[in-house]
Design a protein around this ligand. Structure first.
Ligand code: G1P
Ligand code: ZN
Length: 548
């Protein structure tokens, strides 16, 4: 691969559907196989992102169908754009958090992460490309907008010719023209970072006792990471990691760690009694679900527990600068932050909004209700990090997950919380429903709702406290007079039709009934929002696709 002439390819016409969403450009695998489709988006990105010529680029993905072929194309295009060093991984396997870490470690100009996160993979599934910036996090809207604009007027792209595909099976060094390609093991550096943050000896002692763990990698990217960490370094028994081999179609599954798609694991923990701790991660390894014996930890509570217990963990022993949560995430963390005397920020949905706060040192931990938790160690949410954080807390406190939750609610009160997703509904039905409620907002204030009164009704807008940028249209909020609330949002990550998300939350103080079933505790709000927004009627669905 020494001589690599550069080919200039002319597009008959530009693609008009390459607007990146909350998590990059996500489309069906079929769409990505359209000739020049991937190349168009990569060309636009390489033109827009600063520091490409002469810089370093990290590329890898979650192992789904199309991963290796895309790495090959991206490497040859990077060479044609004057990149001096491309870092990729064996098998092209690189979790999103590990990619964020590599970008930061190597001072890369950007990272190209190949994943459609928790969406199914395979020829009939989805594929995605996300560009992360030099801080290791998702690029800000100004950059994604510029990339989109560039795709709309693209006349062609440049790519280096190569005689053979990049050899990705083993670590090594190669070249394409003047660009060096370094193939490294994508697990090593991530594991080293985890060892700096957590007390491995203490966790190992826990796992070598009679504390049994089940981790479900869902046939996706965290298999090799989970095996190395849990079964390798921490000495958990073989078999602790389930579905640990990454497969191009994730074994036909839907690699989303929630009670619906990770139901086998959920049943093991919630119905059986052989395990003390269960966890799962999604396709690209940035999401996590935490379970204890007969105990599901909702992600909003998980962030609150990590916040309350952070100083038990070496990497956070000095305390937290502040915390942040996305708007639809429950206020459980706000209550803890108040008790700790630290700031708590409320941001729009999507990890990129945490980036500025992390870079400015205003926050240490952050999270979203959608099974995303993370910290200032990287600029992405991090599934296995959350799992290790929980194990470290349990190892120090020497109690069960259920006991941690009971103690937490007994001290801070409980935010009953649930998210109802109506997936793949007709786009016009979803927008019709949403726009109707949006128009109604002003007249809803003062109206009765589920035995309470609507105190505020608005469409959430956010002013970034670091750079002053304003992001509006982030979700319709009905705030009730007793502090409960309902939020409606349309998903920005789906690829089929539209997905309506309904977020429900109600607070019970420590003196109240802390042991209700969340669906029962929220029951009157669930029927009230259905009636107000005409959900069943307009979606034609008599129940949500996923209830969390
Ligand atoms: C979903 C989650 C959101 C998360 C995003 C990327 O986005 O709700 O919290 O940041 O995936 O993982 P949505 O489909 O709701 O736009
Ligand atoms: Zn993900």
């Amino acid at each position: 691969m020494t001589s690599s002439p550069i080919r200039q390819v002319t597009l008959a016409q530009p693609f008009t559907d390459q607007k990146p969403g909350t998590s990059g450009l996500r489309k069906s695998s079929r769409q990505f196989q359209t000739p020049h489709y991937l190349e168009s988006f990569i060309e636009a990105s390489l033109r827009v992102v600063p520091g490409i010529a002469g810089g370093t680029v990290v590329v890898g993905g979650d192992g789904r169908y199309g991963n290796r072929a895309a790495i090959d194309v991206i490497a040859r295009m990077a060479a044609a754009h004057g990149v001096s060093r491309l870092i990729t991984t064996t098998g092209g396997i690189l979790s999103t958090p590990a990619a964020s870490n590599l970008i930061r470690q190597h001072g890369a100009a950007c990272g190209v992460i190949l994943s459609a996160s928790h969406n199914p993979g395979g020829p009939e599934g989805d594929f995605g490309v996300k560009i992360n910036g030099a801080n290791g996090g998702p690029t800000p809207e100004s950059v994604t907008d510029a990339i989109h604009a560039a795709t709309l007027t693209l006349e062609g792209y440049r790519i280096a010719e190569a005689d053979a595909p990049l050899p990705l099976d083993v670590p090594g060094s190669h070249s394409i023209g003047t660009m060096t390609v370094t193939v490294i093991d994508g697990v090593d550096d991530y594991v080293a970072l985890m060892q700096q943050l957590f007390d491995f000896e203490r966790i190992a002692a826990l796992l070598k006792g009679d504390f049994r763990v089940a981790f479900d990698a869902m046939h996706a990217v965290t298999g090799p990471y989970g095996s190395r960490l849990l079964e390798g370094l921490l000495g958990a028994p073989a078999g602790t990691v389930r579905n640990g081999i990454p497969l191009e179609d994730f074994g036909g599954g839907h690699p989303d760690p929630n009670l619906t798609y990770a139901h086998e694991l959920a049943e093991l923990l919630l119905q059986g009694n052989a395990y003390d701790f269960g966890a799962a991660c999604d396709g690209d390894g940035d999401r996590n679900m935490i379970l204890g014996r007969s105990c599901f930890v909702n992600p909003s509570d998980s962030l609150a527990v990590l916040t309350a217990n952070a100083t038990l963990v070496p990497g956070y022993a000095k305390g937290l600068a502040g915390v942040a949560r996305s708007m639809p995430t429950s206020a459980a963390t706000d209550v803890v932050a108040k008790a700790l005397g630290i700031s708590c920020y409320e941001t729009p949905t999507g990890w990129k909004f945490f980036g500025n706060l992390l870079d400015a040192g205003r926050i240490t931990l952050c999270g979203e209700e959608s099974f995303g938790t993370g910290s200032d160690h990287i600029r992405e949410k991090d599934g296995l990090w959350a799992v290790l954080f929980w194990l470290n807390i349990l190892a120090v406190r020497g109690c069960s997950v259920a006991a941690v939750m009971a103690e937490h609610w007994g001290r801070f009160g409980r935010h009953y919380y649930s998210r109802h997703d109506y997936e793949a509904i007709a786009s016009d039905a979803a927008h019709g429903l949403y726009d109707r409620v949006k128009v109604m907002l002003p007249e809803l204030v003062g109206q009765p709702f589920a035995g309470r009164t609507i105190a505020t009704a608005d469409d959430f807008a956010y002013t970034d406290p670091v750079d002053g940028s304003i992001t509006s249209g982030q979700g319709l909020r009905l705030l009730l007079d007793d502090g409960s609330r309902v939020v409606l949002r349309l998903s920005g990550t789906g690829t089929q039709g539209a997905t309506l998300r309904v977020y429900l939350e109600s607070y019970v103080p420590p003196s109240g009934d802390l042991n209700q079933d969340p669906q029962a505790a929220l029951g009157s709000m669930i029927s009230a929002i259905d009636e107000l927004a005409e959900i069943k009627q307009r979606t034609g669905m008599d129940r949500p696709t996923v209830i969390t």
